[in-house]
Design a protein around this ligand. Sequence first.
Ligand code: PMP
Length: 398
Amino acid sequence: MITHRELFLKNVAQTSDFPLSLEIERAEGVYMYGKEGKAYMDLISGIGVSNVGHRHPKVTQAIHNQVDKYLHLMVYGEYIQTPQLLLAEALVKTLDKGCRKYPVLDNVYFTNSGTEAVEGAMKLAKRYTGRQEIISCVNAYHGATQGALSLSGSENFKRNYRPLLPEIKQIKHGNFEDIQLITFKTAAIFIEIIGGESGVRVPDSQYFIELGKQCDLTGTLLIIDEIQTGFGRTGTFWAFEQFGFYPDVLLCAKGMGGGMPIGAFIANQKVMAVFKNNPILGHITTFGGHPVSAAASLATLNVIYEEKLLDDVKRKAQIFRDLLVHEKIKEVRNQGLMMAVEFEDFDTLKPIIDRAIEKGVITDWFLFCDNSMRIAPPLIITDEEIRKACKVILSVIK
Ligand code: PMP
């Protein structure tokens, strides 16, 4: 009889020759359970998604409630759908903190994914500014479709898919001199607060303030990609809150859905209005902001506040930092529970990750940083679970 693994390799499209191939039957909290009930502690939240844990009861309840009312009704933007309204209102409330240029980020366009949020925001920037040039960062990851891939900071990933979008320029994340490359020709800069796939790179505390000044001066939209940092990962609801500035457009997805697919780009209503004419329907999606995903997302947002998950992020990250000390660990970089544990090289790290998985602890590396271990657990992880996970990691290093 053909096994599930054989079927997976035969009929499910593969993106590498070495998929993890774990078969999970059930997941709850920080744990996933494989065949014969083997427990795996999920230290990467698959990836950066299960911030409130797998199948949080308030999230699954919201999903059940919505499933009993309606699923898809109509393409985006036509019908009034309560889950979208309530989610948009709650998101805007998290952003109601004063602003550099505009009154506030008060207008949410819902998508199905992070990449689609990036794509929509690229179009928005071109229309709003009437400019073509877009800037992104070396070693940035913003998604895999052709527009988002054009922004990617890795030539290796782009090379065989050219021609991609023209007029894309790259600057170094966190580099003050490069800020001058943003000019009156630049429509937008797309930038993560913490470089995610580059291996958790935290910029100087003044960096985004200076970046914001240059964007103000040149009329460039400052588009902040919080797809990986959003919904509490770094210890504040949005990571930008820790850097003393305010974005023009904010992108989110991943952790936003509590395990359901949803993303968004958020701007001021005046900016977003460009989609309404010349032509009308300037940006269209069938499923974006699906009512079940929107209901799950609102429940996720509420759980983060009701369970005061943000309060413990920095303290929990410090437990990891205190415990993950070993001569083979070169450095630990983190912003809250977005962490990178650096080893000498990939050959040192790979067997450590593999052995940890065998022992039931799941970590990973980064797309553009293969000597560092990714740790991004659900924010609900307990102190005891952190100690247990670190014990396993240290034992397999040896
Ligand atoms: N931006 C960032 C910073 C991301 O980490 C990701 C996903 N890894 C994306 C965009 C793309 O999101 P998605 O996979 O949901 O399309």
